[in-house]
Structures are given as structure tokens and as C-alpha cells.
Design a binder for this molecule. Structure first.
Ligand SMILES: CC(C)[C@H](C(=O)O)[C@@H](O)C(=O)O
Ligand code: SF4
Length: 472
């Protein structure tokens, strides 16, 4: 019998029952909750007179709707829907006894930053959240994916989920990453190669020496964008980096439990003879710093290239998509990426708001200043703890001296659900994960990049090849 993939192992360890039609019930170890996709789930529980089946399995925080300027209570949030959602989560978690890192709590932050940071997610878990970027947690060798609001209610009530086994796909990135090439560039490059539907129906495992060479933060950036590659879940096998990251975190196992857990976690790797339904290898040396130019994450290109010509695209659907993207983005085929001017810069989101991301941006910002033509540069830490750490290292001062704004944690300008938005027609160098029309505000034009590339664009006023940036 062929060996098992990491995904097979995680699936088998949580399978409660499976029917002949392939539908199955799996046990869920951890549910993470935010204010946008949980109100109806709690309401459903209330209407049915149910209680959460295992209260300690859930942990909640607020992120999408929160302003990134200081505030002390939900009542201060101007937008009505946002205010109600933040208040409702507070009321629901109180009523049902669920832990929430709420307003003023240093642990509050973007769900996918907060959970690993707290050790609320550890290897081997099944993890769900009413949010598509739950895949981020797969970096810890978890089966982690987004679910819908009715499923949030189902998990609260039963701690199980109706699921169907996905196929296995491995993406190996082999070799050394070049200078200036980060995890974000790796994942954008992968999406450029396999497309936004490339991973549809698969659980992705990211493997290879370049992935093993990444920190946990970098692995999270990669798994975060699995969903942009079409896959609901992405994961990385356990190694020393994983175990070292988890050790000592508040929710992580302690003492004798730790030893037992760590020994089990070490088995969470794909067997050498495991067979993947799809297995692709990417040469790390081929990856250059990336910039998305269009309205889909697969419309991405190296910073030193010129924008692609739709006339050379043989697929008609793709060609018309490109033409529409050019029109929306106000760009012309053939122009150098470095000629694209930016109006605003956003450094944050669950893709790139961890400490390492902020360090990378600060390294570029240090001793430099944003270009006058750039209206705003937002730096938004992923959690209160990331913010605290960054301030301890003096990164906030570097940003402020560079004319960047240092904000409070939240999803911020990743999506237009809070006061941080683009205005129509503005180009934004953004470290987030989605660039569809209107994502960052009506008519806004998003370019997905790494934190260092975003900071460099802020300084120059247009995209620049980070590899060519001299000393400040
Ligand atoms: C609001 C939420 C449901 C949504 C998601 O699921 O991804 C959001 O986080 C996003 O990034 O678009
Ligand atoms: S930071 Fe962006 S992608 Fe991540 S959860 Fe928030 S809105 Fe979604």
C-alpha cells in the first residue's frame, strides 16, 4: 500500500464516519470566530435552544470591521453594520462563554494572525473559521479551511463538519531563493504558474527546500494564499521550525503533554512513498520579486518585466479578462512594471502583517521618506502583540520618520469594510491577497506585492525592483 500524504493523515485522524457517496463527518479541533460570519450562527444556536458542544474549542476576535485608529468601545464605531457586528460578537461570546480577544485586549488582531500567535492552533489540528484565509493555519501542519456561516453554527453545536475528501497536490519549490525574493513572491509566482483555479478540488502541500528554508511567518504567507490558487486548504509538514514556533505559546501543551504532543507532531509529514494526484516542482531560482498588474492574483508578473500583451494570449476567455483588467486598472500592455505609479501603500493583512513582514518593510523605510506623490502609507500590524513587539524594536519610529502611518491592528485596507479605503482610480501597492475590482474601495486599483516591495514603492512613488535599491 502506498504511503500517506500529510493531508491523508490529518483527514484519517479526524474522520468520524464516511458514507458511500464520499460525504463524511470530521471532528473539528479548533474553531476561530470573527464578527462578520458569526452573528447568524449564534442566533441559530439560540433559536434552537442549543449550547456550544465544547466551549473551549472556540476562540474569537474582532478584525474586519474595526477602525485602525484607537477606540474604546463599539459605540465609537461610526459605520452602523460594523458597530453592530462588533457589539454582537461581544454579546454572543459573553452569553455562550467563549473566549474573545476584544477591544483593548493586546491579543486582539486578525483571526489568522492571532490564532497561531496564541498557540490556539498547533500541528495536527483540524481548524475552521468562517473565513476563506483560514488556510493560513495550514503552515502549522493543520487541516485548516474556511467554512460558511451555517457550518459555523454546525461546528459550534456538534464540533463536527460535513466534508468531502479533497485530492492531494504537492507544490515543491526547490533551491535557494534569490536576494529580495520573499514568501509573498513565491506564492504569487506559484499562482502565476498554476492559475487561480489550479488548486481547485485539492488540498495543497507546499514542500521542497525553499519552503523548508522559510520561517513560520513565511510559511503562513504561502498557505494564506492557497485560496487564491483555488485550493481551500494549504499546508506545510512539521519540522523543527514548526515545533520551535509553537513551544511556550499560551494555548500550547505544557510539560509532559508537550513531549507527547511533539513526538506525535513529528509524524505529520507526507510519507516518502506517498502518491499525489498532482505533483509540481518549481525552481526557486526562477522566482523574482512579483507585482500583480490586473484584477486577479494570477495576473502577476516580475517587477523587471513589461506588462503582458493580450494579443499573445490564445485562450479567449483569458484574453477578454486581460482586456477588461487593463481598462479597469488604467494600464497599457507593454509598459514596464516600474512605470506604474502608486497613490497609496498598504502594509498589513493576514498575508503580511506579522513581525517579520514589518521588519522587512522597516528595513527599506529606514533613513528614507515616502515620495510626496504618495498620499498615504498605512502600516497595520496583524495583532496587538505584533504591534507591541514592533514598538519594542523601534520599527514604529522608523515608519513614522519615513512618513508612514502606524496603526492599530485589524484587516484595514485589505478590504473595504472599515474606514481604510482607496478612492476610485487610485493605485495601491498592497501586501494583501486579493485584487479584484473594488476590493480595497470602489474603483480602487490593487497591486499585490511583498512588504519590502510595498515600502520601496512608497519611497519611490512607483514600483521599483527591490534588488536594485541601494543603501539609504
Ligand atoms: C469576510 C470574510 C467572509 C472574507 C473571507 O472569507 O475571506 C474576508 O476575510 C475576505 O478576505 O474577503
Ligand atoms: S486581512 Fe483581508 S484577507 Fe485576511 S481575513 Fe481580513 S479581510 Fe480577509
Amino acid at each position: 500500500m502506498a504511503g500517506k500524504t500529510l493531508y491523508d493523515k490529518l483527514w484519517n485522524a479526524h474522520l468520524v464516519t464516511e458514507r458511500e457517496d464520499g460525504s463524511a463527518l470530521i471532528y473539528i479541533d479548533r474553531q476561530i470566530i470573527h464578527e462578520v460570519t458569526s452573528p447568524q450562527a449564534f442566533e441559530g444556536l439560540r433559536m434552537a435552544g442549543r449550547k456550544p458542544w465544547r466551549i473551549n474549542a472556540s476562540v474569537a476576535t474582532i478584525d474586519h470591521n474595526v477602525p485602525t485608529t484607537p477606540f474604546k468601545s463599539a459605540a465609537e464605531i461610526e459605520d452602523e453594520t460594523s458597530r453592530i457586528q462588533v457589539q454582537t460578537l461581544q454579546d454572543n461570546t459573553k452569553e455562550f462563554g467563549i473566549t474573545e480577544f476584544g477591544i483593548g485586549d493586546v491579543r486582539q488582531g486578525i483571526v489568522h494572525v492571532m490564532a497561531p500567535e496564541q498557540g490556539a492552533v498547533v500541528p495536527g489540528m483540524t481548524v475552521v473559521c468562517g473565513d476563506s484565509h483560514t488556510s493560513t493555519n495550514g503552515a502549522l501542519a493543520c487541516l485548516a479551511h474556511g467554512i460558511g456561516t451555517s457550518e459555523v453554527e454546525h461546528v459550534l453545536a456538534t464540533q463536527t463538519l460535513v466534508a468531502k475528501k479533497m485530492k492531494n497536490m504537492r507544490v515543491s519549490v526547490e533551491g535557494d531563493l534569490g536576494p529580495g525574493v520573499t514568501a509573498k513572491d513565491v506564492v504569487l509566482h506559484i499562482i502565476g504558474v498554476i492559475g487561480t483555479a489550479g488548486g481547485t478540488g485539492y488540498a495543497l502541500e507546499f514542500a521542497g527546500s525553499a519552503i523548508r528554508g522559510l520561517s513560520m511567518e513565511g510559511r503562513m504567507t504561502i498557505c494564506n494564499m492557497s485560496i487564491e490558487a483555488g485550493a481551500r486548504a494549504g499546508m506545510v509538514a512539521v519540522d523543527d521550525v514548526t515545533i520551535d514556533y509553537v513551544k511556550g505559546r499560551p494555548f500550547a501543551p505544557k510539560e509532559a503533554d508537550w513531549d507527547k504532543a511533539a513526538a506525535y507532531w513529528r509524524t505529520l509529514v507526507s510519507d516518502a512513498d506517498a502518491v499525489f494526484d498532482e505533483d509540481i516542482t518549481i525552481n526557486a531560482a526562477d522566482i523574482r520579486p512579483q507585482v500583480s498588474w490586473g484584477t486577479s492574483p494570477e495576473m502577476v508578473i516580475s517587477v523587471d518585466a513589461n506588462l503582458p500583451d493580450p494579443a499573445t494570449e490564445s485562450d479567449e476567455v483569458k484574453r477578454s479578462g486581460m482586456l477588461r483588467a487593463y481598462e479597469y486598472m488604467g494600464l497599457k500592455p507593454g509598459m514596464p512594471v516600474t512605470d506604474i505609479k502608486v497613490d497609496r501603500v498598504f502594509i498589513g493583512s493576514c498575508t503580511n502583517s506579522r513581525i517579520e513582514d514589518l521588519r522587512a518593510a522597516a528595513e527599506v523605510a529606514k533613513g528614507r521618506h515616502k515620495a510626496d506623490s504618495v498620499k498615504q502609507v498605512l502600516v497595520v500590524p496583524g495583532s496587538g502583540l505584533v504591534k507591541q513587539q514592533a514598538e519594542k524594536e523601534g520599527l514604529d519610529k522608523i515608519f513614522v520618520e519615513a512618513g508612514f502611518e502606524w496603526r492599530e491592528p485589524g484587516c484595514s485596507m485589505c478590504l473595504a469594510m472599515n474606514p481604510d479605503r482607496l478612492e476610485a482610480g487610485e493605485h495601491c501597492a498592497s501586501t494583501s491577497n486579493r485584487n479584484f475590482e473594488g476590493r480595497q474601495g470602489n474603483g480602487g486599483r490593487t497591486h499585490l506585492v511583498s512588504p519590502a516591495m510595498a515600502a520601496a514603492a512608497a519611497v519611490a512613488g512607483h514600483f521599483v525592483d527591490i534588488r536594485e535599491l541601494g543603501q539609504a
